[in-house]
Design a protein around this ligand. Sequence first.
Ligand code: IFM
Length: 446
Amino acid sequence: MIKFPKDFEWGTATASYQIEGGFHEGGRTDGIWDRFTRIPGNIADGTNGDIACDFYHHYEEDLKLAGEAGLQVYRFSISWSRVLPDGTGAVNREGIDFYKKVIAKIHENGMKAAVTMYHWDLPQCLQDRGGWMNREILEWFREYVNVLYAELGESVDYWITENEPFCTSILGYWTGEHAPGFHDYSMALLAVHHLMLAHGVAVKEYRKTGLKAEIGITLNLNRVYPATDDPKDVEAAARLDMQSNALFCDPVFKGCYPRELFDYLVEQGVTVPEIREEDAELLGNKIDFLGINMYETHYAIYDKESWPYQAREVKTGRPITDANWQVTPEGMTEILEFAYENYHPEKIIVTENGAACNDWLQENGKVEDTNRIEFLHQYIKAVGKAIEEGIPVKGYYVWCFCDNFEWAYGLARRFGMVYVDYKTQKRYPKESLHWYSRVIAANEIE
Ligand code: IFM
C-alpha cells in the first residue's frame, strides 16, 4: 500500500479549445485551431472544437460532477481570444465574466482552480502578425497575462504560464501536426525561444502584482532511451532526449539552452535563435512549481534519413493505449527522478497523466474502462514511489475530466473519466471516475 502525504492534491486537467465550444459566442474570435481544423486532412476524423463537449454551456454541471467525485483541483485554460478578441487592446467583459463564473463554481464545488494561461490557442489575428515567430509576442503576452492577473488574480489558486511548449513549437512549426502547421526546424527553435521568454515575462509580471498564488510552467517531459545498446542508437536517443527535456528545462531552471544540442543542430544546418543579453534574466525567472505532463517513455534508434537528429522513435513491444502510446509506468518515476536530480525544483505537480481508451457506452449507461483504471493505477503507484524516494511531488491531475477534442485526432480519441455523447451532450461518469474518487478519499493506493 502506498500512502500519499496529507497535503497531496488530487485533480484533473482540461484545456479551453478541447472542451469549451461556444467558438463564436460571447465575443470570442478565431484562434489558430479554428483555422487549422478547417483545412481538410489536418484532423483525422474531420471534426473540430466548435462545440466539443460544450463546457461553455455545461460548466455548472461538469464542475458539480467533479466536486461530487471528490476532486481537489480543477485545471483549465483560458482562451486568449475570448478575453482579448483582438489579441491585444479591448478586454471582452463577457469572456472575463465567463471565467469568473467558472472559477466561482470550482470553488463552490470544493476545488482549487489551476489556470493555464496558454494552452495552444493563439488568437488568429496574432498568428497573422507572425505568431510565435515574432518577438513582439512578448509584449502581446505581457498585456494578456496582466489582464488575467488584474481580473482573476484574487481567485486563482495556481497559475501555469504555458502548457507543453514542446508541442506549440516542435509539433506546430516542425512536424506540422499542430496549428499553425509549419515544417521548418529553425522556425520551431525560434518558437521555443519566444515561448521560453514569454514564460519568463509572465513570471516577472506576476511577481510585480504581489499576488500570493503559486506560479509555474507545465512541460511534457519523457525520457528517450535507446532501443538497443548499439552505440549509434545510444547517441541518437541521447539527442532526442535533449530535445524532449533539456531544451525546455535548461532555460527554465538554468537560464540558457543546452550548448551541446545547439552545437549539433548548427552542424546540421539549423539556424539557432539569437540570444540577446537581456534574455538570460527573463529565462531564468524563479518558479514556484514545475508541472510535468507524462504519458509515455520513448525509445529511439539511429536513422540517417531523419533530419536533424538522425534519430527515429520506435515501439518496443510494450502494451499500447488507444493513442498508440506505450504503457510505461516506470517511466513516470524515472522522469520525476530526472527532473529533481538535474533541476532541483522545490515542488513538482504532475499536471497531466492519463490514457486514451476505446471506450463504449453500454445499454445500462455504464462505461467499464478497466484498461484506463489499470493504467492510472500503475502510474499513480509510480508517482508514490517517487514521493517515497523524497521527491517533492505535491499533486497529480488526471487528463482528462471528460472526453474532448484531442487535437489532430479529433473527437474520436477519448481520454475522459466522463463519457460524452457528442450528439446529446449527455455526460456518463465512467468506472474510472468512481475508482479515482475512491483513491482520493483513501489518499492511498494498493
Ligand atoms: O490532449 C492533450 C493535452 O492538450 C496536452 N497534453 C496531452 C493531452 C493528451 O494528448
